[in-house]
Design a protein. Structure first.
Ligand code: ADP
Ligand code: MG
Length: 267
């Protein structure tokens, strides 16, 4: 059964899209079957996967509003070895039209049902807000991954975000767990970043991924080539970090599976 992970943080510019794209590519490179869903109307994950958002035939709009079956909406991206549900400005309209849809919060979850088993991992790149699209992502996901920058005030924002996720989960998806907190754009020479990182570990313990994503210009450059960083500069620190993260996410998924099995055996 595929594990669905929503990459979310209502703050913009924290590395959600960079993480979704590069984690998807790293997973696919280790022969996992991966689907990446772009739910941000900016379509950055779409472009970053090498798909032209201005010329794509189908987007998440078709899934949410047109009721097209998921296998007619996704596109296989040969170059990056994963499947993609694209986004562009049409998805803004989807967010508005969703208001009128029956059981609007669980639309994505129901739409994904037929393909969930075909993938090892499904990643959802969320928009930088807590709108109905993000709510759909939370309802469809098994777990949430929260990328964050180790800045002043980061902890405050994070605690608020965790509360929001928990409240949301209680309503739309009680099974939802926080999969992990990912430190992004990390500069180890920055003392404040180190302090915040320490506080983060004290506060959230093993919820914090051991893998740290360094600030790396290659990660910022890769999207302009329409490619995940591993196809742009494989030896970069950014590329290596996302491969390491993929390994950690796989281990966590296996642990979660084991825990679920032993729980089922006890019941
Ligand atoms: P979000 O999706 O949360 O808005 P992005 O992934 O788009 O954030 O990242 C915001 C900006 O920061 C982008 O220009 C991206 O290329 C850049 N960026 C993201 N992660 C890194 C990193 N580790 N090192 C350097 N630049 C990064
Ligand atoms: Mg983004």
């Amino acid at each position: 059964m595929g594990r669905v992970i929503a990459v979310a943080n209502q703050k913009g510019g924290v590395g959600k899209t960079t993480t979704a794209v590069n984690l998807a590519a790293s997973m696919a490179a280790t022969r996992r079957k991966v689907l990446l869903i772009d739910l941000d109307p900016q379509g950055n994950a779409t472009m970053g996967s090498g798909v032209d958002k201005y010329n794509v035939a189908t987007t998440a709009f078709d899934l949410f509003v047109e009721d097209k079956p998921v296998d007619e909406v996704l596109v296989h991206c040969e170059a990056v070895k994963y499947d993609l549900i694209a986004a562009n400005s049409d998805v803004t309209a989807a967010e508005i039209k969703l208001m009128e849809v029956f059981a609007r919060e669980t639309k994505l979850r129901r739409a994904l049902e037929p393909v969930r088993d075909k993938y090892d991992f499904i990643f959802i790149d969320c928009p930088p807000s807590l709108n109905l699209l993000t709510v759909n992502a939370m309802a469809a996901a098994d777990a949430v991954m929260v990328p964050m920058q180790c800045e002043y005030y980061a902890l405050e924002g994070l605690t608020a975000l965790m509360d929001t996720i928990e409240q949301l989960a209680a309503v739309v998806n009680p099974e939802l767990s926080i999969e992990g907190i990912l430190r992004t754009m990390y500069d180890p020479r920055n003392r404040l970043a180190n302090d915040v990182s320490e506080q983060l570990k004290n506060h959230f313990g093993n919820k914090v991924y051991r893998t740290v994503i360094p600030r790396n210009v290659r990660l910022a450059e890769a999207p302009s080539f329409g490619a995940p960083v591993m196809y742009y500069d494989k030896s970069s620190t950014g590329s290596k970090a996302y491969l390491a993260l993929a390994g950690e996410v796989i281990r966590r998924a296996e642990e979660a599976q084991k825990a679920a099995k032993s729980q089922a055996a006890q019941a």
